[in-house]
Every structure is written in C-alpha cells, then in structure tokens.
Design a protein around this ligand. Structure first.
Ligand SMILES: *[C@@H]1O[C@H](CO)[C@@H](O)[C@H](O)[C@H]1NC(C)=O
Ligand SMILES: *[C@@H]1O[C@H](CO)[C@@H](O)[C@H](O)[C@H]1NC(C)=O
Ligand SMILES: *[C@@H]1O[C@H](CO)[C@@H](O)[C@H](O)[C@H]1NC(C)=O
Ligand SMILES: *[C@@H]1O[C@H](CO)[C@@H](O)[C@H](O)[C@H]1NC(C)=O
Length: 321
C-alpha cells in the first residue's frame, strides 16, 4: 500500500548507497551567490501560506536521497518513453511539493541560468523548511548534480520494504552507519509530516496500543471507508512546528501511524528509552537529528562531471549537438 510516511521512505535508503563526496558549503559562492537567499525567501513565503508544505518538502528530500542517492531523480516527470519515480507505486499520491521546487528553479534560472542543480535546490528546500518551522539548521554542503535518468526499476523493486518491521529497519540503518539514536531522530521528521488516511486506518480502528480518545478523534477524519487521500498531521499537538511533541505524543499512545507507536511500547521496547529521552530533551533530539540528516543528505550524490545541471527539474536536458 502506498504510504505518505517519511519513515517508510527513508527505509528505502537501506538498499542504496551512502557515498559522501566532495561537496562544499561555498560551492555557488562565485557562480550564484544569491542561491541561499532565493531559496530561503521562496520557502518562507510558501510556508506562510501553507505550513504543511514544509513536511512535504522534507519528505521529498528523503524520497530523493533514499532511492539511488540525492540526485533530483524523484523530480523527473514521466515521459511517453520512460516512466519516472513519482508515478511509481511507492510515491504516487504520497509526494507533494514539486511546484515549489519549480518556482525556486524558475527564479534561479533567471538569476544564474544553468548553474544550480535541482538536487541542491531540493536539499536546501528541506533544510530551510525545517528551520522555518522552528527546527535546527544543519551544515549543507552543495554541489550535487542531477541524474539523467529516474531510478524507476529500483523504485518499483522496493515496494516490498513497506511492511518492514522496526528491528529490521534499525538493522538496515545500522549497516549504513547510523546509530539507533540517529535512526529514531530521523523518524522524528514526522513532527511536521502528514499521512493519508489509508496509511493509518488499521492503527486507529484495529490496534490496541492507541489512546481511545485519540483514536476516536482521528476516526472522525478517516471513516472506515473513504477519505483515503485526506492528509492528517502526524503530530496532533503542534503539527507545523518542528519540535519534540511527536515524541511526547508517543508516550501518551498518540502515534498516528502504527509504525510511529511501535517506537514506544511502554514495555521496554528497543527504542522506548530513546523516545523517552527525546520527549524530555529536545536539544538531544535536535543534536542527533542534525548528525543524521547531514549524512543522509549526502547519500549517493553525483559530483564532478557526473550527471548534469537540469534547466527544468522535471526533464532531463535536451541532448546538445
Ligand atoms: C520515444 O519513442 C518514440 C517511438 O519509439 C521515438 O520516436 C522517440 O524518439 C522517443 N523519444 C525520446 C525522447 O527518446
Ligand atoms: C492515486 O490516486 C488516484 C485518485 O485517487 C487513484 O485513482 C490511483 O489509483 C492512486 N494511485 C496509487 C498508486 O495509489
Ligand atoms: C474527510 O475528512 C475531512 C477533513 O478532515 C472531514 O471534515 C470529513 O468529515 C471527512 N469525511 C468523512 C466522511 O469522514
Ligand atoms: C538523554 O540522552 C543524553 C545523551 O545520551 C543524556 O546526556 C541525557 O542526560 C538524557 N536525558 C534524559 C532526560 O534522559
């Protein structure tokens, strides 16, 4: 079942690389010094009107990096000859924000044509969204280049991971060099995320590990049948603030998705102590988050002469003759 959970997207990363290459914080200092201010401005304006877009852009960054690396491949539209990642089973109806990236790209193409990659725009938009919504900033070296192909087959092949359980996910992240603390912090992205009814219906109707009043309140948005694509904030307390309320909610059995509540069982579960820690120590959550997402945002990047700088994030450049 297609899902809108960040967690389920970052688990895809399990399968794909973690090369950290030669990116640099000053990458566009000469070629496009306005890059930072333009992206920040567009994100601030967008979130002022639609704060939920922050979670969508963060999710998009996860989806991009998780499949084949942070190379802007998720942004490619289907063509008559080649279908892309965004229409695939795991991303269809669960990724949003493409038009925000288009707006930023259009402004940058006016200011410094052909210079700033879509992959860098997406990584920056995710970071600026978190900061705008009150979360921590992290170091964001730039210089990612854009893929010339979607990772379509890989995307399709990963559908099976959707039902992975917590221990398997933790193990998979461990193999990529992430501690359990970092893994749980990354899932804390859900503090600004939204999920569609169809992804948590089972949890709010059938599961026992949920606060009954909370379940009832959520059932009012998500009937047993219908409203499948209605998006509900995962953090019901402060939906558009990047804070540790997501973890506090888990202590009260107010996790929206089944997998959220799995992070805290109250019975000595493997990540219970970490959730409890983050719920009372936001600084530690932020610290672990910054470490983890700084690494994650450099997953499998293309640098040097690999890939290209797309002029339209939705299409690969026309061949030059
Ligand atoms: C797509 O396929 C058609 C028919 O096979 C072909 O004529 C066309 O050149 C292809 N387009 C691209 C962009 O490859
Ligand atoms: C996406 O949503 C549309 C409209 O609700 C639906 O027809 C389609 O089957 C959905 N696609 C996927 C892959 O869930
Ligand atoms: C669908 O969701 C909306 C928004 O949460 C809600 O107002 C509406 O009552 C829901 N529809 C049903 C049939 O529950
Ligand atoms: C949370 O974990 C950090 C790092 O291990 C530790 O320094 C801190 O005392 C813990 N705080 C709480 C409230 O458990």
């Amino acid at each position: 079942m297609a899902s809108s959970s960040l967690l389920q997207l970052c688990l895809i990363f399990v399968v794909f690389g973690s090369a950290v290459a030669q990116l640099s914080e000053n990458y566009y200092a000469k070629s496009c010094p306005q890059v930072k201010s333009i992206i920040e401005d567009e994100i601030r304006q967008t979130l002022k009107k639609e704060p939920g877009m922050g979670g969508s852009l963060l999710h998009l960054h996860f989806s991009d990096c998780g499949i084949g690396g942070c190379d802007g491949s998720i942004l490619l539209d289907d063509t008559p000859n080649k279908s892309g990642e965004k229409s695939s089973f795991i991303n269809a109806n669960s990724t949003w924000g493409y038009e925000v990236i288009d707006r930023i790209k259009a402004r940058l193409e006016k200011t410094c044509p052909g210079v700033v990659s879509c992959a860098d725009i997406l990584a920056s938009a995710a970071r600026d969204s978190v900061v705008t919504l009150g979360g921590p900033a992290w170091p964001l070296p730039l210089g990612r280049r854009d893929s010339t192909e979607p990772h379509k087959m890989l995307t399709d092949a990963l559908g099976f991971l959707f039902n992975a359980k917590l221990p398997a996910l933790i193990m998979a992240f461990k193999q990529k060099g992430y501690t359990t603390e970092e893994f749980v912090a990354l899932i804390g992205s859900h503090t600004i995320g939204r999920a569609r009814c169809l992804t948590f219906r089972k949890h709010i109707y059938d599961d026992k590990n949920i606060d009954p009043a909370f379940a009832k309140a959520m059932q009012a948005h998500c009937p047993k049948v219908g409203n499948n694509s209605e998006r509900i904030p995962i953090d019901s307390t402060t939906p558009y603030v990047f804070d540790n309320a997501y973890f506090k909610n888990l202590l009260k059995q107010k996790g929206l998705l089944g997998i959220d509540q799995e992070l805290y069982t109250g019975k000595g579960g493997i990540t219970d102590a970490i959730v409890a820690n983050y719920s009372s120590n936001q600084d530690n959550f932020f610290k672990q988050y910054v470490t983890a997402i700084t690494k994650f945002g450099q997953t499998g990047v293309l640098t040097g002469t690999k890939g290209e700088i797309r002029t339209n994030c939705r299409k690969v450049n026309a061949p030059k003759f």
